[in-house]
Design a protein around this ligand. Structure first.
Ligand code: WT7
Length: 652
């Protein structure tokens, strides 16, 4: 691979694609600009009007409340997100519409109407209550992509329990850390799920994860694969047994707007994962608005966001956003290329998918598999394509546009984060001309800027740090039980009294011609592999736990498919051999501690790591070595120059 081809071609990218004419939500650039202007000048009126599109059990009188870092939105209002996502549609006579179409990897298809999803949600709520779950209690959800995952989340929202969904690809130790940190009292899981034709065992991982954890009183198990599982009587309950005598009618609780809705763990630069906390009212309003603006959702749409519910994308645009909009959300359990590389396109064709939202890593993988696979299928139902999770290179964008969208569908390259809760930067299909590789413009009311290390605006055309200067409704409220870390990581660096500045941790450049944003990716020690944020620290701690390892440093290197791949530099203890078996067991150790998706693509043995005199590992140098680049820039603080030469030799 040449050195960073995507960055070079990005700079040369000049093609633009016009917006569509038949959009229903935001039509034309003037409409967008008017909304943006009003939302910036008078956020209270703007967001208050958006919020009143939904139902409040107690109307709010204030829209924008306390300023960051301890923000509040709609603070004296009360509502229920589950009610707005389900009951509201049923009450309006839309109960027979399909809420969820689900396809299992082995091929089963299940469709739940809004009425049915409401019933299942109520049953979940009733069972959770019978297991002792009360308002404010945390419930961990560790499930495959099955409709029960959505019902369990909605059930928590209905009774005011706080869900923390843990991606089904995480291993037992990673689950344990999250369950323990959140002090979850119930874990909802399944016997297993299907992935690439194999069963992923979930219940055994939960058994290992909750062993000896006092907070966990019950494990509620959905039967999915039918594989026999170990059972702890009293603690463990089968969902299908509990469901049989559970009420299908549980009232939605009127909850204060700032009542906690969910905690979602994400990687930070140091130490343990951060529990991002989102609350009820603001999150609901932000996701409702952005799902409609960005995907231009309309009656009858089948919306397929391919993300797992374990990531924020699954929360906001598989579950809550589409259901608030009353459309059909599609959930698929398995691998994109199983049993054949055209599984996704077959799903699009069979379920008449209108909106398809996926990650650049998937797009690049499909691109390599060749055009013949999508060509076999009728993709004419598609109206809009989306991308999220990492920068999309223009080649992949262009392929997506031509081969999947057949040159008819606009592409929305949506930039956001677990912390932001909702999309903040994206084209609007009926307003914004798009350009491959650019996330284009901020959504209405989002006050983004690109600044230098001192917080001063950098001129257009120059790279800098992406910041946001005004609060938005779905923003994170804090880090679970760590207000101080929340302030330090996101707010302290540039905020001054009366002028809060939210630090995204991403770099960006503003195009001098049209103000379009090009997101450059993370600026800190966080890896972005296949659109999933991973902290170098977490991977390194998994590696140094290996008995043969003395020291480890992980960096990202560009990877044609996954965007970035993890490259681990490892020094072994005296007398240990840098052989294939050790390399394999180090990769297995990461898989065991975090999950398969975190396994380093490269494990490179070295007798020393490049360090400064104060002992800080010089990751910048390691990144160059990992990418096969010439090491440039300041190496004057490097303690031992010969290390670099030896690292490069390793490569040969
Ligand atoms: C980080 C957030 C938000 C859902 C998925 C990941 C990167 C996200 C884009 C995009 C360039 C992007 C950023 C961001 N990112 N979308 N359209 N273009 N980069 O959520 O795990 O919280 O990661 O993903 O680096 O900070 P997350």
């Amino acid at each position: 691979m040449t050195d960073r081809p995507e960055i070079e071609s990005l700079l040369a990218e000049q093609r633009t694609f016009p917006p569509v004419e038949d959009a229903v939500h935001v039509r034309g650039m003037d409409a967008y600009r008017a909304m943006h202007r009003e939302a910036l000048a008078d956020p209270g009126t703007f967001w208050g009007r958006v919020a009143r599109e939904l139902v409040w059990t107690r109307p709010f009188t204030r829209v924008v409340g306390r300023p960051p870092p301890a923000v509040t939105w709609f603070e004296d209002g009360e509502t229920n997100l589950c009610w707005n996502a389900l009951d509201r549609h049923v009450a309006a006579g839309r109960g027979d519409r399909t809420a969820i179409v689900w396809e299992g990897e082995p091929g089963e298809v299940v469709a739940w109407s809004y009425r049915r999803l409401l019933e299942e949600t109520c049953r979940f709520a009733s069972v959770l209550r019978s297991l002792g779950v009360r308002r404010g209690d945390r419930v961990a959800i560790y499930l495959p992509m099955v409709p029960e995952a959505a019902a369990a989340m909605l059930a928590c929202a209905r009774i005011g329990a706080v869900h923390t969904v843990i991606f089904g690809g995480f291993s037992a130790p990673a689950v344990r850390g999250r369950v323990e940190d959140a002090e979850a009292c119930v874990v909802v899981t399944a016997d297993g799920g299907w992935r690439r034709g194999k069963e992923v065992a979930l219940k055994p991982a939960v058994d290992e994860a909750v062993e000896g954890l006092a907070c966990v009183r019950h494990v509620l198990v959905v039967r999915r694969t039918g594989t026999p599982v170990a059972w702890t009587p009293g603690r463990d309950r089968w969902w299908h047994e509990e469901r049989a005598h559970a009420s299908a009618d549980v009232a939605a609780e009127s909850l204060p707007a700032e009542h906690p809705l969910f905690i979602l763990y994400t990687s930070g630069t140091t130490g343990r994962p951060k529990g991002i906390l989102h609350t009820t009212g603001g999150y609901m309003v932000g996701v409702h608005a952005t799902a409609r603006w960005v995907f231009d959702l309309r009656d009858g749409d089948v919306h397929w966001c391919t993300a797992d519910v374990g990531w924020v994308t699954g929360h906001s645009y598989v579950v809550y956003g589409p259901l608030l909009a009353g459309v059909t959300t599609l959930m698929y359990e398995g691998a994109p290329t199983h049993p054949e590389p055209d599984r996704f396109w077959s799903i699009v064709a069979r379920h008449r998918v209108r909106v398809f939202y996926t990650a650049p890593t998937a797009i690049r993988a499909f691109m390599r598999l060749g055009d013949a696979w999508p060509a076999r299928h009728d993709l004419s139902s598609l109206r809009l394509l989306g991308s999220v999770g990492e920068p999309i290179n223009p080649e992949a964008w262009a392929w997506y546009h031509r081969t999947i969208g057949r040159d008819r569908c606009p592409i929305v390259d949506t930039w956001w984060q677990t912390e932001t809760g909702m999309i903040l930067v994206s084209p609007l299909p009926g307003a914004t001309p798009t350009r491959p590789g650019s996330a284009t413009l901020p959504l209405p009311g989002i006050d983004v800027a690109v600044v230098d290390a001192k917080g001063r605006d950098v001129p257009a055309g120059h790279g800098g740090l992406l910041v946001v200067r005004k609060p938005w409704p779905a923003m994170m409220r804090t880090l679970w039980r760590d207000d101080a870390r929340h302030r330090e990581v996101y707010w302290d660096r540039f905020s001054t009294p009366g002028a809060p500045v939210y630090l995204t941790g991403d770099g960006a450049v503003v195009d001098p011609a049209d103000g379009y944003l090009r997101i450059l990716g993370r600026v800190d020690d966080v890896l972005n592999v296949s659109g999933h944020r991973l902290s170098t620290m977490e991977v390194e701690s998994a590696i140094v736990a290996h008995p043969a390892v003395a020291e480890a440093a992980c960096v990202a290197r560009p990877d044609a498919t996954t965007g970035e791949a993890v490259c681990a530099f490892v020094t072994l203890k005296q007398g240990r051999l840098p052989d294939e078996a050790t390399r394999g067991s180090i990769r297995a150790a990461v898989e065991h501690a975090i999950g398969r998706f975190a396994r380093p693509a490269d494990v490179r043995f070295t007798d020393a790591l490049p360090k400064t005199r104060s002992g800080k590992i010089m990751r910048r140098l390691l990144r160059d070595v990992a990418a096969g680049r010439e090491v440039v820039g300041d190496t004057s603080t490097l303690e031992d120059y010969s290390v670099l030469a030896r690292l490069r030799e390793e490569d040969e």
